[in-house]
Design a binder for this molecule. Structure first.
Ligand code: CP
Length: 360
């Protein structure tokens, strides 16, 4: 049983297989119109979404399957206090595959331990967003033709920006990738990500404070929104919310074939005038999201066990340290639900398996 919780759950070869399949779907859409006939996708969205939920829905419908689910946790039994583990044990009776978005970091990992059907992380808190990463990779492939030897600037909220965390992880598996981190001090990439990048000799990175100083060297500029909903302190949000605004003046020094990506939604970090620049690829990126999710759903269902035996739960996919330490992150699923405290050995010591924080 294969799930997609973190971008590195897929090997480089598996990731490229899904990207290639998405390209084939784009070229031959009619061939896939019944590829998932009789299958059901459950979209369990505990947090707002436009692109991710609707592209999953559209993807499954275009594969000939059907979709059930909720887009507001308040309308499900979650509002009565049902746990993630129990919710997915119920959903497995109704669906063949789950896409889950949750405000708690690690919730989709918990779901994967209990569901008995493939679980896709559609975004967990500030942690990870692997299907946005597949969307970004397909866009990079179609726009730039390669994943290696690229200089990519990540700009804005790198602290809470789960799409940034996931894309850096995926790109760090390719040769010659240079990452430039453009953020205010308050929104720097989390320590665990900086340490992981420092430990990985294949990736070169540096931190800067302005777009202007790096624009001419970038192949890709990845803009992000400062996410008001992630701040506990409104004053801090107000201090940093307008840190970076991409406008036509700044685009003047960019390479003619540089592309601008953004996971969207945007607020004011890219002015409307930039939309008409052919280098603005963010709406093309949205459409790629549907095709890559078609490829992912199709592939995970193909890889899933046809007969689902009852499994003793929770199912842990790899060796962990269980219940010997505690995760200090209040945004982690382990802070609010009755789950095993799980820790994974990483290059720089133990990390919470759900949210990657260091244990207490
Ligand atoms: N990119 C993205 O995750 O958008 P939504 O929040 O609208 O799903």
């Amino acid at each position: 049983m294969k799930h997609l919780i973190d971008p590195t759950d897929l090997t480089v070869a598996e990731t490229e297989q899904i990207i290639a399949l998405a390209e084939d779907i784009i070229a031959h859409r009619a061939r896939y119109s019944e590829a998932c006939k009789g299958k059901k996708l459950a979209t369990l969205f505990y947090e707002p979404s436009t692109r991710t939920r609707l592209s999953f829905t559209s993807a499954m419908l275009e594969l000939g399957g059907t979709v059930i689910g909720f887009s507001d946790a308040a309308s499900s039994s979650v509002s009565k206090g049902e746990s993630v583990a129990d919710t997915v044990r119920v959903i497995r009776c109704f669906a063949d595959i789950i896409a889950m978005r949750h405000f708690k970091e690690g919730a989709p990992l918990v779901a994967s331990q209990y569901a008995g059907i493939p679980v896709i992380n559609a975004g967990d808190g500030s942690h990870s967003h692997p299907t946005q990463t597949l969307t970004d990779l397909l866009t990079i492939k179609r726009e730039k033709g390669r994943f290696d030897h690229l200089t990519i600037g990540f700009c804005g909220d790198l602290k809470f920006g789960r799409t940034v965390h996931s894309l850096i992880k995926a790109l760090s598996r390719y040769e010659g990738v240079r990452v430039v981190l453009i953020s205010p001090e308050e929104l720097r990439l989390p320590d665990y990500m900086l340490q992981e990048m420092s430990a990985n000799s294949a990736i070169e990175f540096r931190e800067v404070r302005t777009i202007e100083e790096v624009m001419p060297e970038l192949d890709i500029l990845y803009m992000t929104r400062v996410q008001k909903e992630r701040f506990l302190d409104e004053e801090e949000f107000n201090r940093v919310k307008d840190s970076f605004v991409l406008d036509p003046e700044k685009m003047k020094t960019a390479k003619p074939d540089m592309i601008v990506l953004h996971p969207l939604p945007r607020v004011n970090e890219i002015t409307r005038e930039v939309d008409n620049d052919p280098r603005a690829a963010y709406f093309r990126q949205v459409e790629n999201g549907k095709f890559v999710r078609m490829a992912l759903i199709y592939t995970l269902l193909k890889w899933a066990d046809e007969n689902r035996p009852f499994e003793h739960t929770p199912v842990f996919a790899e060796p962990y340290s269980v219940n010997e330490m505690e995760c200090p992150n209040r945004r982690c699923i382990s802070a609010t639900e009755d789950v095993d405290q799980l820790f994974r050995q990483s290059a720089d010591g133990w990390r919470c398996a759900y949210c990657e924080s260091r244990p207490k």
